[in-house]
Design a protein around this ligand. Sequence first.
Ligand SMILES: O=C(O)CCC(=O)C(=O)O
Ligand SMILES: [Fe+2]
Length: 312
Amino acid sequence: MVVGGGEVRSCHHIVTHRLLQVIYEVLRGIWNVPYITGVYVIKKNILENTETRPNYIYRLYDADMAMATNMRNKGVFMYVSNLEDYGHLIEPEYFPTKYLHNDMWQMKANKKDWEHRYISPLYWKALGPSFLNQMPCPDVYWFPIFTTRFCKELVEQANDNGGWSSGGNKDPRLAGGYENVPTVDIHMNQMEFEQEWLWILRHYVKPLAEKVYLGYDSDARAIMNFIVRYRPTEQSFLRPHHDSSTYTINVALNRPHIDYEGGGAHFIRYNCSVVDTKVGWALMHPGRLTHYHEGLRTTNGTRYIMVSFIDP
Ligand SMILES: O=C(O)CCC(=O)C(=O)O
Ligand SMILES: [Fe+2]
C-alpha cells in the first residue's frame, strides 16, 4: 500500500491516491506517508531551522517528490491526518464565466461547496427515515430542498436570460409545436441548465420521491423542466389540468404576501389548496387522474415557481 518515497511512478501514484482517499473517508487517524502533494501544514521551527528547511532539489525529481524525499532523509516525517477539518480543495478546472451566477453550475465539479450554498440544511433532515414529511393534501408532499440563495439566483438567471414564452398554445420550443396548457415560462435548456437540473433531480429529488411513494422506483427522467411566472397583467393563473408526469415537483421561488399576493396550487378532487408556500420548498404530487389541479390566480406582484414533470 505505502510506496517508498521517490520510487513512486505516476500510475501507481494515481491508484494509491484514490485508495488512500477511500481509506481516509472510512477511517479517522494519522498516517505516516512518504509523499504528499497539494497542501502541507508545516511546523514553524522546521521552516526556521536551516537543517530541516524544505529543499526542492533531489536528482531530477519533480519539486514535490524531491521535497518529500529530502524531508524523509532528514528524519522529518510527513503525516496525513483527518482528525481535524482544515478545509478542502476546490476543483478549478471547470468554471464557466458566461452566466450571471456561475456558481450554480458547480454541482459536479465542486459538490461540497455547491451543496453548502444551494441545498437547504433541512433537506438532509427531511430525507431521514424517521422524519415524518408534511402532506398538506392527500398524496401531495412538501419538502425543503433549496436555499433562498438558490431560488433567488435561479430567478435572476431566468430574467437575465429573458427568453420567457408568450403563454400561447403555439410553442416552437416543443416537439409538436403545441402546448395544451401553456404558461409564461422559460425552459431549463434555454438557460443551458438542463443537464444540471436533471442531475439535481437524480441526486436530491429521486430519494425524496422514493421515500414517500413507497415501492416506486423513479428514473428521475424529465423533458419538461421550466420556471413559470404569473402576473395579474399577463398570465395570472393556470386552468385545471393533468401534468404529463408520473409525479411533479413545484418549487416556490419567491414569497407569498411579500413578493406577490394570491397564487398556490389547488387539487380539485380533494378540494385542497396549498397557498402559503415557502421559498425553496417543493410540492411533490402525482401528475395524473387523482391529482387534477390548477394554479390559483396571482393578484399582485409576480409569482415564480420551478416545475418539473418527472417520469413522463
Ligand atoms: O401554479 C401552480 O402552482 C401550479 C403549476 C402547475 O400545475 C403546472 O405548471 O403544471
Ligand atoms: Fe400542473
